[in-house]
Design a protein around this ligand. Structure first.
Ligand SMILES: *Cc1c(COP(=O)(O)O)cnc(C)c1O
Length: 385
């Protein structure tokens, strides 16, 4: 499958860089739209934090999706890409005043509120502008996702959301305030979830909460179940598009929506992970005492997931056809965690070879840093080559 990379075009581009396969992104968006169109009340807000590259955002906008933002900067990036305020939802445990004001000025679709003090501040800032902010409450459903501990968010011990037992109190509080209007409930249990049982557990919990609200004659316009669908990091070639049918079907079957309710999703990783690769050049092959190191010019400043979450990314030598050899693929940064993979079988590597670190479209470029005074990686869009 080396044919998928225009290797000749890569030769004159300074490495490391992210390469986005826009054909795959479009195919992924089409697959999502095909599944969602089976349900007339489903809506998508793409989670911008996975990847805020302007070309990627513009492609997602063309699919008709809205966006889920977690900072003022993400709201600005989304506006720049052409998303109207009416298609922006804004979540996050720590919204500062300028960020809330930015949302108010752009009449965003909804603030996903994570605490009572935050609700009061939104009400105050909205009052100062003579506006009424639409708010949803993010509830912590205490549902565990079977994923890496650092990326589960829906357990009672996590910092996210409002405890379920406070649900009715905050809704009653919102009813007393003049400049906020309660419109929805929001949930998000974690990331890289491949077991549909986790989403089923969330559905069961939401059904219980809705029954409880119904007993108190409280109605909710929309339910937002967040994102979290995982991708196949082991097999990017065999499974380039996640199983969106299983995902949406789980919600369609398990979640009991009330008449007129809409169901909102906030997928991030599943939309963009597979279309991105980090392309890096081999600098040196070093023969260690017990193994060979392939030292490349990308480091964890370019892609931090392996160092941060012990994440697996498939690595391919896209310029060599020689027999396989095992390497530890490491970057140049002065930290022992700067390792992309240990004992990986690659076509024999030589100085100058290009490696593709796959499934890097989500939480890759956007998490890059300048540690060691390194420049940020650039991005190459397949449509532009
Ligand atoms: C991160 C996040 C998402 C997206 O998560 P993915 O695992 O990338 O799908 C959606 N909603 C909220 C509130 C988030 O914080």
């Amino acid at each position: 499958m080396k044919g998928q990379f225009p290797v000749d075009r890569f030769q004159n581009i300074r490495t490391p860089f992210y390469y986005y396969d826009m054909e795959l992104l479009r195919a992924t968006l089409d697959a999502i739209k095909a599944e969602m169109s089976k349900h007339d009340n489903f809506m998508m807000h793409y989670a911008v934090k996975a990847n805020a590259n302007q070309s990627v955002l513009r492609q997602i906008k063309r699919a008709g999706f809205g966006v889920d933002c977690v900072s003022g900067g993400e709201i600005e990036a989304s506006l720049r890409a052409g998303f109207p305020g009416s298609k922006i939802v804004y979540a996050g445990v720590g919204k500062s005043d300028w960020e809330i004001n930015l949302g108010l000025d752009n009449d965003i679709f909804c603030f996903n509120v994570e605490s009572l003090p935050e609700l009061e501040v939104i009400n105050e800032l909205a009052a100062a502008k003579g506006k009424v902010a639409r708010v949803a409450f993010r509830l912590n459903p205490n549902v565990g996702a079977h994923t890496h501990a650092n990326i589960t968010t829906g357990l009672a011990e996590n910092k996210f959301g409002i405890a379920m037992r406070d649900m009715e109190t905050v809704i009653a509080e919102a009813a007393k305030l003049q400049n906020v209007r309660f419109v929805g409930l929001h949930f998000h249990i974690g990331s890289q979830i491949l077991d549909m049982g986790d989403f089923q557990a969330l559905c069961n919990r939401i059904n219980e909460l809705q029954d409880q609200l119904e007993r108190h004659h409280i109605s909710v316009e929309h339910i937002n179940v967040g994102g979290g669908l995982g991708v196949d990091y082991q097999h990017p070639n065999r499974v380039p598009i996640p199983d969106f049918h299983a995902y949406f079907d789980t919600y369609a079957r398990r979640l009991k929506l009330r008449p007129g309710q809409t169901l909102h999703f906030e997928l991030g990783r599943a939309v963009v992970a597979q279309c991105g690769s980090l392309i890096t050049r081999t600098l040196y092959i070093k023969e260690g005492a017990t193994k060979k190191f392939c030292i490349v010019d990308a480091g964890f400043t370019d892609l931090i997931r392996p160092a941060l979450y012990q994440a697996y990314h498939k690595i391919e030598n896209i310029t060599s056809q020689e027999p396989m050899e095992a390497y530890d693929v490491v970057g140049p940064i002065c930290e022992s965690t700067d390792v992309f993979g240990k004992q990986r079988d690659l076509n024999a590597c030589h100085r100058g070879d290009l490696l593709a670190i796959r499934t890097a479209g989500a939480y890759g470029e956007i998490m890059a840093s300048c540690y060691n005074c390194r420049p940020l990686p650039t991005a190459i869009i397949s449509d532009d080559l």
